[in-house]
Design a protein around this ligand. Structure first.
Ligand code: SF4
Length: 286
């Protein structure tokens, strides 16, 4: 089984402790409107334009006047990728299992300050058997492991023994709003957060998106939603809306639905932190 990686690189203390090699695995079961890695959503990979791409790069007419429409790619067997002159590219690179493990072993001297390897996405649990193999092998190599997951997998519990540092995301407490924004139900996320909080510490990431979940009534909505968790095992981190990945939506021929009015003030983030601390949660300052 090959591993599709659409982005990789080191960061310090952002996706787990210490200096970490972070692999972004292709494919996600959600399609959040604010996603900063839209090229990672399609499990089959995304065709991406570059600044040099001309309309003729696609002979099926998916690029008109320099504007790419990925909807027209549906069902195409991607002949554009055979022609290296089209300046269209595929979002991911494939790794053999052993090659990825060898790469992480060769990077061991870089894992200082309790660092290691993080798998994120996309959604790294999409292929749970493969992720389980990777995590087990890294543990066997004495490498610290972390994952960032949207917490939708029904068997998430089955891998947590192989995860040293767990990050779970929660986008909204309201079922309909969650489904409208992500295309996925929030029921399993709630269950996973509640169950795992009984047995393992983790970081809970809440993206704050203006007009979606940033009202002070939303802070209370999240707190109420988390009424059955073991707070002792949870640290909460709020991520402010940004548009670092905006350009990639057009590169992938996808429609970007955010308007630029979704930025959340530092003051509002402070108010969310305070509300959660008042409710007994530990909050991470980032
Ligand atoms: S996959 Fe390539 S050739 Fe097919 S429609 Fe998309 S851009 Fe055109």
């Amino acid at each position: 089984m090959k591993i599709k990686v659409f982005q990789k690189g080191f960061n310090f203390s952002q996706d787990g402790p210490g200096n970490r090699l972070v692999y972004h695995l292709q494919g996600c079961n959600m399609a959040c409107m604010w996603c900063s890695n839209p090229e990672g959503i399609n499990e089959k990979g995304s065709i991406m334009m570059s600044l040099d791409t001309i309309d003729e790069a696609c002979l099926k007419g998916a690029i008109i006047d320099g504007v790419f429409d990925a909807k027209l790619c549906k069902g195409c067997d991607r002949p554009c990728l055979e022609n290296k002159d089209t300046s269209l590219s595929l979002s991911y690179q494939e790794y053999e299992f052993d090659d990825l493990i060898d790469e992480t072993i060769s990077c061991k001297p870089m894992f200082f300050s309790s660092g290691g390897v993080t798998f994120t996405g996309g959604e790294p649990t999409l292929n749970l058997p493969l992720l389980t193999r990777l995590l087990k092998e890294l543990k066997a190599q004495d490498i610290n492991t972390a994952i960032e997951t949207n917490a939708t997998h029904p068997d998430l519990m089955s891998i947590i023994d192989y995860v040293d540092y767990l990050i779970m995301d929660l986008k909204h407490y309201n079922k309909e709003k969650h489904r409208n924004a992500t295309k996925v139900s929030s029921a399993l996320i709630k269950r996973n957060i509640e169950q795992i909080s009984q047995i393992k510490p983790f970081l809970l990431r809440i993206p704050l998106i203006g007009g979606f979940n940033d009202d002070l009534t939303d802070a209370q909505g999240f707190i109420d939603h988390l009424e059955n968790v073991n707070k002792e095992n949870i640290k909460v981190e709020f991520l402010q809306f940004h548009e670092y990945g905006k350009h990639k939506w057009a590169q992938c021929g996808l429609t970007y639905a955010m308007t630029g009015n979704e930025y959340v003030s530092n003051e509002r983030v402070k108010e969310f932190r305070q509300a959660f601390e008042n409710a007994g949660f530990k909050v991470v300052n980032t």
